[in-house]
Design a protein around this ligand. Sequence first.
Ligand SMILES: [Zn+2]
Length: 346
Amino acid sequence: METSDLKQYQQEIIFRLIGKYKQLNSIDLQEEVSGFPMKCRKCGHDHFVKNGHFNEQQRYMCKKCRATQFPDANTALYNLKLKDKWVDFVAIMLEKDHATSCIAISKELHINEKTAHQWRLKMLSCLNEHQGIQIGCELELDEVYFPFCVKGRIGKEKFDTYIKEHHPDNVESDLRLKEKKMEQDKHQAVCIIKHNRNKDFSFETIKILKKGNVSKSDLARVLKDTDFTGKTVITDSGRPLIAYFKKQQNVIHQTFKSEDVKQGRIIKKNIHNNNINNTMSHLREWLKKFKGVSTKYLGNYLKWFRLKNIFNVDNAKSFLLDYVSDRSLYSRFLDIFKIYKQFVFF
Ligand SMILES: [Zn+2]
């Protein structure tokens, strides 16, 4: 069949798809990775000498500890089979409205389901830390709550072997008991959401709570690195928020009463958190697909959701480069359990 047999709008769809894949195919991460400074995966040193080829790849030797490695050591491509499909995988994961179930992705990319599942874990664990939100002049800020969830028990997961290796003292058992109790008691994971009026947003996890509000010192801990200078921060009139921003210099803090916004009343012009409410309702809808997200991975899902909102084929390359320029990515992937444990025992 010729494309001319297709209706106009069908042709347009096809050309859009071809254009998209052409653009993605032009991104060769294997080649890009050698453009970023390398660090020794054993000792962290950054001086190397060439050390022959293996599988048609240039190999390097660390000048300090003499360990050898390839240019992709500790990046997302490290230890990855089917490297040429990683770009398409990431694009599918980040495209808005694209199916994200492992079964659907495995069919689409002709990879097996287990691979799709592992890649997803890897991609989530590795979501880059670089592309943080650029705070605009006006920022909505609020606490949001997610039910504590232990779906995907540690023992069933890929990290099982890792934990056995690295935590032979069996940290699992007391953690499990604690988790079970927390789930029964209906604990919640509390996060802070910062939301620009230009649609970008970000989440930070605060802590896990049974009930009650976060305190001023919780807020201080999470917000200490955010520079609010000269900005207008809009929040509800929760006491910890008011107390926190009272102490901040050069910030205009505007508050509204939650009740007013809930009932659609805006007392002061532009002083509302409608963007947050809007994003949260999309987010909760999206999270339903996963039938509960383990609190251990919550932070990653929230980052994933944000990136899905700002990703497009035109900025795909800058997203993908993060996966090969980030040399601490692979250890973060392995450390996800450690991070989670701190979160639970906080
Ligand atoms: Zn070394």
